[in-house]
Every structure is written in structure tokens, then in C-alpha cells.
Design a protein around this ligand. Structure first.
Ligand code: SF4
Ligand code: SF4
Length: 114
């Protein structure tokens, strides 16, 4: 029987994301990306509420550039973006392990290319 290679990814709980962009910076510094290149990008979504006020949601989303930091994870360390997020919005792990942790809205599971 052929054993399937485990897939890894990021579980993103964006409920408490403050939009600080530290994850973007941590990735850019780790890989010395050129300006404009991002392994993860934080999107800002503004929702107008019926009472006229506005509600901001921040949503960190890995891009095609993200390779899930294998040089760190192979040593048992967290990916740079995960380590530096002070709101602990992201968790790295095997997809099947992360999937069982989705227990509330505003969480997404991102599967890497590994
Ligand atoms: S995911 Fe974390 S580091 Fe990235 S913007 Fe949100 S709070 Fe900041
Ligand atoms: S997992 Fe690594 S490569 Fe991917 S966005 Fe985070 S820091 Fe960048």
C-alpha cells in the first residue's frame, strides 16, 4: 500500500486579527523578499452596518509565494509568520489535525503546496 505524504498548512483564526501586518513583515524578513512580494497578505474588509457605522475585519491570507517555512518546521520551529503574530491567529500543522480544530466561524484552513 502506498502511504500518502501528509499535507501541511495553516489554520487561521482571523477573529482576533488586529491587522498589524507583523506576519507580512516577518515573512518578508525571513525570505528577504523584494518590496511588494508577500508570502502572506493581510486584507481589510469594511462592512457597513445598518446603523450607519462601519465594521472592519482583517483577514491574513497566504499567497502563492508561501512555502510554509520548511527550513524552520523541519527543526520543529514555527513558521516565521506564526511565531511573530502576537494575537496567535495562526497555527501550523498537518491538515487533518488542524481540520478538527475548526470549531467556530471566522476560521479558515489553508493547505500549502508541500
Ligand atoms: S495575523 Fe497576526 S500578525 Fe498578521 S495582521 Fe493579524 S494579528 Fe497581525
Ligand atoms: S508560512 Fe513562512 S513562507 Fe508562508 S507566509 Fe508564513 S512566513 Fe511566509
Amino acid at each position: 500500500m502506498i502511504k500518502k505524504k501528509p499535507k501541511y498548512g495553516l489554520l487561521i483564526d482571523y477573529e482576533y486579527c488586529t491587522g498589524c501586518h507583523t506576519c507580512e513583515l516577518a515573512c518578508a524578513q525571513e525570505y528577504k523578499h523584494q518590496p511588494g512580494v508577500r508570502g502572506i497578505k493581510v486584507f481589510e474588509v469594511e462592512q457597513k452596518l445598518p446603523n450607519g457605522s462601519a465594521y472592519l475585519t482583517y483577514f491574513p491570507f497566504p499567497t502563492e509565494v508561501c512555502i510554509l517555512c520548511p527550513h524552520l518546521t523541519k527543526k520543529g520551529l514555527e513558521p516565521a509568520c506564526v511565531k511573530h503574530c502576537m494575537a496567535a491567529c495562526m497555527k501550523y500543522g498537518r491538515i487533518e489535525d488542524l481540520a478538527v480544530e475548526i470549531k467556530k466561524p471566522r476560521m479558515v484552513l489553508w493547505s500549502g503546496k508541500q
